[in-house]
Structure formats: structure tokens, C-alpha cells
Design a protein around this ligand. Structure first.
Ligand code: PLP
Length: 244
């Protein structure tokens, strides 16, 4: 095993241990929960060690980035599955249907129509989660809570396989009440799966019934590219600290 693979194996084992502890509180085991390794911004060199450590389920948040990274890896490892966890524009629906095995971000009627059309054209049904804007945040993707029942009904009418509900709770406040609310909504709608929980809160999410957790940082370490461009001096500092 290379150092990278060893490190990836250790991170994966630590996450699976924590998953197991949380799962046991709800009468489940780590194997009952689908761990999606969110590899956005990570290159193939960072992804391969995790594949080497046995991880086979990955998630991306951008169609274009996934198109550039995954076809080659999937050819090499035919048992990989790929989840789209980020916002999807309707004009990328066909690309998403061609590339992904599961879509977590169905959140509006226009996207539903685009996905139904793309699935018909490709003769391929992609299971979806309905993303709920659980904290009613202005800037955030996700269907408004009040509109979820109608969207579920429309998805069923369009023959889109529905797995469950997905959410990203508001940052910097206790996520548990939002996870509990999502779980209640899924129960009421007769949906079996819950895509909730990220690096900072997946144990809480599992205790509240998550079946699918989306974990990036805890498996890969900090993401390589900063979200915002930094001033030149700041960039230098980051390079130096990485090199050390
Ligand atoms: C980036 C991302 C994650 C993973 O976040 P981490 O905090 O790095 O675990 C999960 N879900 C979505 C929708 C994301 O965009």
C-alpha cells in the first residue's frame, strides 16, 4: 500500500467506525448506511487512494467537473457508482442522466420535466431524491417545504423513481431539528430514504435516520481549491503551509 492509500484507508476506517457507533443507536450497522464520498474539487490522484481503500460510491456537485473526471475511472472500476449531490440546471439534465446513477437535487417542476424527458430519451430511469430547502434559506437550492408534496406527486406521475428526501441544513446552527423535520416529512410521504449528513454532522444525521450520508472533507481532507480567490500574499501562505 502506498502512503496515500494507507492514509485514505485510515480516514475511511475512522468514518466507518463513527457511522457504526451512531447506527447502533438506531438498531442499524454501518453497512445499513450508504456512505457517499463527495469528491468535488478533488483530482483523480486524490480519488484513487480511496478507491484503493475499497470505497466505491462517490458524489460530485457539478456535471461538467464529473464529466471530466469520472468516465476514465469508471472504465477502470466498473463497480463504481456516482451520485450528483449539487444543484442541477435543466439544460444539463441529459448529461446528468447519462453520467450519474442517482440524483439528489431534484427540487423544482422545470427540472422534473427536463429529467423526465432526458430519462425517456435515454431509456434510463435514474433514481432521485427530492432536495428540500429545510431551513427556508433565501439563496439555497431545494424545494420549499410547502411545495414538496406536489413535487413528489409530479415525480410519481412522470415515472421518476423516488428514493427519498435530501437536505443541507443551514450552516452554523444545530442541524438536528432540521434532520428530524426531514425525517418526519419522508415518513409522511412514504419515502424510505434520507440523504442527510456531511463531515460535520453525519453522526447526528444517522441517529435521526439518515440512510445516505454525503461526506467530503472527513475522507479527503480539506478541499484543494479555495471557494474565493485569495490575495496574492494569502495564496503564498497557503502554498507554504501545504508544502510543510
Ligand atoms: C460538498 C458537499 C458535501 C460534503 O461536504 P463536507 O463538509 O466536505 O463533508 C455534501 N453535500 C453536498 C451537497 C455538498 O455540496
Amino acid at each position: 500500500m502506498t502512503t496515500d492509500t494507507l492514509e485514505a484507508a485510515e480516514r475511511l476506517a475512522a468514518v466507518r467506525d463513527a457511522m457504526g457507533r451512531a447506527a447502533r443507536l438506531t438498531g442499524r450497522t454501518a453497512d445499513d448506511i450508504n456512505l457517499i464520498a463527495v469528491s468535488k474539487t478533488q483530482g483523480a490522484d486524490a480519488i484513487r487512494p480511496l478507491i484503493g481503500a475499497g470505497q466505491r460510491v462517490f458524489g460530485e456537485n457539478r456535471v461538467q467537473e464529473a464529466q471530466a473526471k469520472w468516465p476514465a475511472l469508471r472504465e477502470e472500476y466498473p463497480d463504481l457508482t456516482l451520485h450528483l449531490v449539487g444543484q442541477l440546471q435543466s439544460n444539463k439534465a441529459a448529461d446528468a442522466v447519462a453520467l450519474f446513477d442517482t440524483i439528489h437535487s431534484l427540487d423544482r417542476p422545470s427540472l422534473l420535466n427536463a429529467l423526465a424527458k432526458a430519462m425517456d430519451a435515454a431509456d434510463r430511469r435514474i433514481p432521485c431524491h427530492i432536495q428540500v430547502n429545510i431551513g427556508a434559506e433565501e439563496q439555497k437550492g431545494g424545494c420549499a417545504i410547502a411545495e414538496v408534496p406536489a413535487l413528489i406527486k409530479a415525480a410519481r406521475a412522470a415515472d421518476i423513481p423516488l428514493l427519498g428526501l435530501m437536505c443541507v441544513p443551514p450552516a452554523d446552527i444545530e442541524p438536528a431539528p432540521f434532520f428530524a423535520l426531514l425525517a418526519k416529512m419522508a415518513r409522511e410521504e412514504g419515502l424510505a430514504r434520507l440523504s442527510m449528513g456531511m463531515s460535520g454532522d453525519y453522526e447526528t444525521a444517522i441517529m435521526l435516520g439518515a440512510t445516505d450520508i454525503r461526506v467530503g472533507t472527513a475522507l479527503f481532507g480539506a478541499r484543494p481549491s479555495p471557494a474565493r480567490p485569495l490575495p496574492a500574499s494569502g495564496r503564498g501562505m497557503i502554498r507554504n503551509s501545504r508544502a510543510g
